[in-house]
Ligand binder design. Structure first.
Ligand SMILES: Nc1nc2c(c(=O)[nH]1)N[C@H]1C(S)=C(S)[C@@H](COP(=O)(O)OP(=O)(O)OC[C@H]3O[C@@H](n4cnc5c(=O)[nH]c(N)nc54)[C@H](O)[C@@H]3O)O[C@H]1N2
Ligand SMILES: Nc1nc2c(c(=O)[nH]1)N[C@H]1C(S)=C(S)[C@@H](COP(=O)(O)OP(=O)(O)OC[C@H]3O[C@@H](n4cnc5c(=O)[nH]c(N)nc54)[C@H](O)[C@@H]3O)O[C@H]1N2
Ligand code: SF4
Ligand SMILES: [Mo]
Length: 700
């Protein structure tokens, strides 16, 4: 039986694997013990890859809507017919209403991520989006660039190990987020390393930590500011690094003088003594990693929160040193996204561009459209009507806030095309559904951890399913038909372009598994930091020029116990959503029996004190509500959550319930979340965490 080396991509990916193939099908996937990163480890959903790849419900043929929108009646068509018809309609729309009337959507961190940006630029539309971005990762990437001139990741792979790791709103032992793989993090946590988790939940990562700070959701900026205050006040900062490599320290010192641990205790629910202890432990352990996650971003103060946390690394001198937070090697040549093909007048029309300069404006790291504005433009036509949406692997009816609005918006479109592995609730509303290739069925080159690119790996198509095609091929075929710029360069040509600095070919990297040049530390000693001042900008000159606070500030969450006391009688708890579980990636895998058996129901976590107050026991069904709506979840009663916080999972639908229209709404966490202002002023982040809620027993 042929066995191929590859890399799993059920999540953002990176585990080295051995794929066993029989009759062109993947029959078994095992961890590759030779992988320097995962060393034979895999999570459960990666191991079950064959059950996803060979699932009877996989889409295998392009489909064209035969009934009313959403009726789920389809005609099977060939690729040529599908691509000809779609490109004709796109051509018509761009000529009649302008290319900006065509939006392009995608899912999180997929192989075709940058190809979508390229396709949108070539088509001349500024309106592409990814469902994370403002809510996920773009604040961390952008703030890293503003502050240190590049993206940093924890040095989990080097010879020198961190002496302390802080996990801040991050659960990598479950999420392996953005290519930061659980086994590497787990290895770094052993051997006397001090570990601290800052999280309203004692997650699987927090359970392995020496310290757990159960913070009030969306108040992290206050905690970070008070830790800066302690570190400066007690002179625990790295004097040499601060003096030689940073700007604005004196201004920071004056600015944070008022942010005492006592001030922060009242805001964050974390005791002042614990703040002092944590600040000392982090500052005195060198080197240390401060590993941040999504918990910092899904609120309306994401820029300032992420900035405050970023500054902690800098004043302790933990930037780009062995065992600290290291700047990426960026070993691949930049993806040719055809930025210059998007005319400036189109770029100006990007939805959100005027308002959210760091998400959609010219200052953005990778400008994309603001999601709530985009879906509103589909129904309201303000500032102009979005008439068509092409989604390459995304399920916004489950993953975007206010799914009822998304539903209305998708129904208002003239043309909706969805490319996916399965018939999702979003795909059901489409005019055309195109069958996507699974990770064992694609050719690909990827640098990782994502954005940092300290390693590179390649994948080859080793199996095939029906008529499934990889997303890049579909975009290339449409580009050719529309005679778009760049259409002569195929996605395979791009791999050679990306790999050119390594001197290796796609086939060579695929055979090797990974390519890893030796890591260079302290790159700033040669060329400074890539910021305007060539130093770490504690005081951000760019933010100042943009009219945004150049030093981090705390803002009370709009809909919290302090911000909205009038809501407390009816909504006494603070809601967080989207806790990751190993079995599922967002809204995926609910149809995979081997995984669903391990996690059959949508769950919420609540403290025993709350459970007793509302008469709920483990396994009871509950109704969780906010001012926006309600959804049902099965209770998991646990002391591993702050007593005033309720956590619900996201992404739940029930493929087994077929045409039952309620299945989409019943346990949809995003019915509870907020797509309305206030947004983060720079990123437009909307609120998925830190909202007021209530929970009651479901009386059946
Ligand atoms: N309430 C709440 N909502 C959240 C979050 C939260 O924490 N709380 N998290 C947010 C975050 S951080 C993110 S990134 C988003 C994620 O949002 P999405 O990316 O929309 O999430 P998925 O459910 O993974 O949807 C991906 C779809 O792509 C399909 N797919 C998988 N692989 C491929 C492929 O190679 N090609 C194609 N064409 N399709 C493929 C899958 O079958 C699935 O239907 O969700 C966000 N939504
Ligand atoms: N198995 C699996 N893995 C995944 C995903 C998945 O769906 N399933 N999704 C992928 C994606 S797109 C992403 S973005 C990553 C996310 O991965 P991580 O960055 O690890 O984020 P989460 O697990 O969403 O949240 C981290 C923690 O933040 C806590 N939290 C919530 N609100 C706050 C807050 O206000 N402050 C603080 N300090 N903590 C808070 C939550 O309790 C949670 O434990 O995971 C990726 N990996
Ligand atoms: S962590 Fe991600 S890459 Fe690794 S086995 Fe699991 S799904 Fe695959
Ligand atoms: Mo994400």
């Amino acid at each position: 039986m042929p066995i191929h080396k590859s890399i799993c991509r059920v999540c953002h990916g990176g585990c080295g694997v051995l794929v066993h193939v029989e009759d062109g099908r993947v029959v078994r996937v095992k961890g590759d013990p030779e992988s320097p990163i995962s060393r034979g480890w895999m999570c459960v959903k990666g191991i079950k890859s064959p059950d996803i790849a060979n699932h009877p419900d996989r889409l295998k043929q392009p489909l064209k809507r035969a009934g009313r929108r959403g009726e789920n009646r389809w005609t099977e068509i060939g690729w040529t017919e599908a691509l000809d018809e779609i490109s004709d309609r796109i051509d018509d729309l761009r000529k009649t209403h302008g290319p900006e009337s065509i939006a392009i959507g995608q899912g999180t961190g997929r192989h075709h991520y940058m190809h979508v940006v390229r396709f949108a630029n070539a088509l001349g539309t500024p309106n592409w989006y990814e469902p994370g971005l403002a809510q996920c990762f773009i604040p961390r990437i952008t703030v890293s660039h503003l502050t240190y001139g590049g993206f940093v990741v924890g040095d989990y792979y080097g010879k020198i190990r961190p002496e302390c790791i802080v996990f801040w709103g991050h659960n990598p032992l479950v999420s392996s987020a953005d290519g930061e793989l659980a086994p590497a993090v787990a290895r770094a946590m052993t051997g006397g390393c001090a570990t601290i988790a800052i999280d309203p939940r004692r997650t699987q990562t927090a359970q392995k930590c020496g310290t757990w700070l159960a913070i009030r959701p969306a108040t992290d900026a206050a905690l970070a500011l008070s830790m800066i205050n302690v570190i400066i006040d007690e002179r625990l900062f790295d004097k040499e690094f601060v003096a030689n490599h940073t700007t604005g320290f004196d201004l920071l010192q004056a600015h944070t003088a008022k942010h005492t641990p006592q001030w922060a205790e009242k805001i964050t629910w974390v005791k002042a003594a614990d703040i002092v202890k944590t600040a000392r432990q982090y500052a005195l352990s060198r080197p240390a990693v401060l590993d941040w996650g999504l918990g910092l971003e899904q609120n309306s103060n994401s820029l300032q929160t992420v900035r405050a946390v970023a500054i902690l690394r800098a004043i302790t001198g933990n930037i780009d040193c062995p065992g600290g937070d290291i700047l990426g090697m960026n070993i691949l040549k930049g993806y040719p996204i055809l930025k210059d093909k998007l005319p400036p007048e189109s770029s100006k029309k990007r939805i959100g561009g005027e308002e959210f300069k760091l998400l959609s404006g010219w200052r953005a790291y990778m400008p994309s459209a603001h999601i709530p504005g985009l879906f509103r433009a589909m129904t309201d036509g303000i500032p102009y009507k979005i008439r068509s949406l092409m989604i390459f692997g995304g399920n916004p009816l489950l993953t975007v806030a206010n799914p009822k609005k998304v539903y209305e918006a998708l129904n208002a479109l003239e043309l909706l095309c969805v490319t996916d592995l399965f018939m999702t609730p979003t795909a059901r509303l489409a005019d055309y559904v195109l069958p996507a290739a699974f990770w064992t069925e694609i050719d690909h080159v990827q640098g990782f951890p994502l954005v940092a690119e300290n390693y590179v790996y390649a994948q080859s198509a080793i199996t095939h399913t029906g008529q499934c095609r990889q997303d890049e091929w579909i975009m290339d075929e449409l580009s050719k038909r529309l005679a778009l710029p760049g259409s002569k360069m195929s996605y395979k040509d791009i791999y050679a372009h990306q790999l050119s600095p390594t001197g290796l070919t796609h086939a060579e990297v695929a055979q090797m598994g990974y390519h890893t040049p030796p890591h260079k530390y302290k790159k700033y000693l040669e060329r400074g930091f890539r910021t305007p001042s060539k130093k770490v900008e504690l005081f951000s000159s760019v933010l100042k020029r943009m009219g945004l606070p150049p030093l981090p500030e705390y803002e009370e969450p709009h809909e919290g116990p302090i911000g909205c006391p009038e809501l407390l009688a009816e909504y006494p708890y603070v809601l967080i959503t989207g806790a990751r579980s190993r079995e599922f990636f967002h809204s995926e895998q609910r149809q995979v029996a081997s995984l669903r058996r391990l996690h059959p129901h949508p769950t919420c976590e609540l403290h025993p004190v709350v459970a007793a107050a509302i008469g709920v026991s483990e396994g009871d069904w509950t109704i969780v509500s906010t001012i926006r709506g309600q959804a049902r979840f099965m209770a998991h009663v646990t002391v591993d959550i702050h007593p005033q916080v309720i956590s619900v999972e996201h992404g739940w639908w029930f493929p087994e319930r077929g045409d039952d229209s309620e299945a989409l709404w019943e346990s949809n966490a995003n019915i509870l979340t907020a797509d309305c202002p206030p947004y983060d002023p720079a990123f437009g982040s909307y609120r998925l965490r830190g909202l007021l809620c209530n929970i009651k027993k479901l009386r059946q």
